[in-house]
Design a protein around this ligand. Sequence first.
Ligand code: G1P
Length: 303
Amino acid sequence: MTSTRTRRIRKAVFPVAGLGTRFLPATKTVPKEMLPIIDKPLIQYAVDEAIEAGCDTLVFITNRYKHAVADYFDKAYELEQKLEAAGKHEQLELVRHVLPPGVKTIFVTQTEALGLGHAVLCAKEVIGDEPFAVLLPDDLIWNRGPGALKQMADAAEENSCSAIAVQDVPHEMTGSYGIVATQDFANRRGRITRIVEKPKPEDAPSDLAVVGRYVLSPRIFELLETTTPGAGGEIQLTDAIQRLLEDEVVDAYRFRGTRFDCGTHIGLIEATIRYALDHEKLSDAAADMMRNALVELGVVEIS
Ligand code: G1P
């Protein structure tokens, strides 16, 4: 068993080519990654997490409908001039610092929607021969301390291995996730012995589900090149990771933080409530408004 991973991640891949059909009609024109939690689009939360973890090269795997993502990270000259002229310095800073200085963006088009594994493979030339991160922006992870990717990248670097974020899910939900079997956990890490994409509850090796944060060895690209369609007829990242286990160490990492599945309506609502209740300016008003709404709608009774 060998491990080729000894370096810190610098590059992060964001697969953002999905159609976002669950959020139609909004996603007819607005990519789902641009849906906001308060005032920041989902993609910004994932990008901030990658930068905090030490990444300076952000690779977006997009499709021809996703110009809004590229536009968002581009410089907005006219808007900046108007904000400057109007003396709106605070807003100007927000617009200017969507990305900190020194961070590069690269956009790669995925011409056919062949699955998450295929999307990651599209980044092969840009990543080259170094470990890298994959972040699925639908999975929003809230934490007061270091972000989930930073926690994982620190652990993966220390252990010179790949790492995948995991959390426990209800047994009946295994069919919505990649599910891992592991050796015993110590310091939040457990070595993965098996990984399977969206198993039925009766076939699931555990209730430990993959969350959309990965630190991967570049060897994954060779494996993805020969990975055939799996669950749902798609080229699955999970299937290539199962093959990676045969010659490299891949750890499951139980991150600190709360994950919201913003690929679903209820997850997006839950995240909005959490961020509002934790917001320095909005928390009191948001809590009052929620209490009043619960009472007015008869969801809870006044005692
Ligand atoms: C993808 C992965 C799955 C993982 C999930 C996490 O599935 O294929 O292994 O558990 O993300 O959000 P998707 O939700 O894109 O179908």
